[in-house]
Design a binder for this molecule. Structure first.
Ligand code: FES
Ligand SMILES: [Fe+2]
Length: 394
């Protein structure tokens, strides 16, 4: 759906430490209806956004990639995540790996672009060569002219540096600092909510990128409450009444769930296969999120992920990926139904983004001294802000 060119609000700076102080968040920890939200600089300040890369994204499990993008042995895909150059590889044996995308000799970015059919990764600077498992294989002239080895050089100590990764179905989560709890523990409150969908049957269908002129947190917060539905959304408000959503806010898991949230008329429902084992009368729509950047919607015959990548304080790049059940993702006879679902979400997104961009502009005002939360509907937003503050307060 076409969008108006958004207004990019100028980033702010803050004198002194950009992190939150106890004073900034004292009222955030009050009960939801009395609490005051994060200070505006947490949404607009360049330095705060930089600190988030180090103190928040790098220390949690963030979604950083998709296995379907590197389907074959020899596929490599570089990406910058939380400001860090990383590299996904698909090894000869078909396993996914994630490394820091820098040569262990003198730090050159190793793989500049996506490629396939790679047997080895050769650094452009002095030719150090690594296999797709990250092992250092060749060090040309290291021991002298045409002498590839030098005495005392132990290649096994100079392999690519691994990034801790957990593959959950198609989604690749990374923990850059390597110190987070195991993924299964981190996601323990999230995983049961989606266990009813047999995601091994999910067939990737389409990617849709969006750029939103707003802080990434405002985009996530908008997703976590339904109070805005009647004001911002047309079709969604009709099919999924805001008051029928239940709010989820439990450790790293957030979201809303509605049991009658799918319109019969949005597609030729007959055409799309449902998740195997799901009750015939299941019409639940789940809008879940795993802190910090992974959002996941699911219904009886589809799911989609929305992943937020912060780019400075004022731009969020959101990437949607749609999946359907088995051949539902590719069969021609299902195309009309797939398109109807994708159109539904796309329309809803664009409505959301325009609202979120207006919130971001509002946060550049000195009069914005922290959000107020409704105790019935906005517990998820409040919980999310506390998860941010827990990691960003010194
Ligand atoms: S920096 Fe890569 S081989 Fe020297
Ligand atoms: Fe919305």
């Amino acid at each position: 759906m076409a969008r108006k060119t958004p207004y990019h609000a100028p980033a702010t700076t803050k004198s002194g430490d950009a992190m939150l102080k106890n004073d900034d968040v004292e009222d955030l920890y009050l009960p939801t209806a009395q609490a005051r939200g994060l200070p505006a600089f947490a949404y607009t300040c360049e330095d705060f956004a930089r600190e988030e890369q180090r103190n928040l994204f790098a220390k949690t499990w963030m979604c950083a990639g998709y296995a379907h993008e590197t389907p074959n042995p020899g596929d490599v895909l570089p990406r910058t995540v939380a400001g860090v150059p990383i590299l996904f590889t698909r090894t000869k044996s078909g396993e996914m790996r994630c490394f820091h995308n820098i040569c262990t000799h003198r730090g050159t970015v190793l793989v500049p672009g996506e490629a396939s059919g790679q047997q080895a990764l050769r650094c452009r600077y002095h030719g150090w060569t690594f296999d797709l498992e990250g092992n250092l294989r060749a060090t040309p002239h290291w021991g002298g002219h045409n002498q590839p080895s030098a005495e005392g050089m132990d290649k096994s100590c100079h392999g690519l540096k691994q990034v801790r990764m957990h593959q959950w179905h198609d989604w690749l989560f990374i923990n850059i600092d390597g110190n987070a709890e195991p993924f299964e523990d981190y996601a323990a409150t999230f995983l049961p909510h989606v266990a009813e969908y047999d995601l091994e049957q999910a067939t990737w269908c389409k990617t849709m990128p969006y750029e939103i002129a707003a802080n990434w947190k405002l985009v996530v917060e908008n997703y976590l409450e339904t109070l805005h539905l009647n004001f911002v959304h047309t079709l969604l408000a009709e099919v999924a009444p805001f008051e029928q959503h239940a709010v989820v806010a439990d450790k790293a898991c957030l979201g809303t769930i509605i049991d009658v949230g799918l319109p019969d008329a949005w597609s030729d429902a007959e055409a799309l296969p449902r998740w195997p084992g799901l009750d015939a009368d299941n019409r639940t729509a789940k809008n879940m999120a795993l802190f910090p950047n992974f959002k996941f919607v699911a219904g009886p015959d589809h799911c989609a992920s929305m992943v937020e990548f912060a780019e400075g304080p004022g731009v969020s790049r959101q990437r949607w990926d749609f999946y359907f059940v088995g051949e539902g993702g590719t069969a021609e006879r299902c195309k009309k139904a797939r398109d109807a679902i994708i159109h539904f979400y796309d329309t809803t997104n664009v409505e959301d983004f325009e609202a979120v961009e207006a919130i971001h502009q509002g946060h550049t005002s000195p009069a914005m001294t922290g959000a107020r939360f409704n105790g019935i509907w906005e517990g998820g937003v409040h919980h999310f802000q506390k998860l941010v503050a827990d990691r960003m307060t010194v």
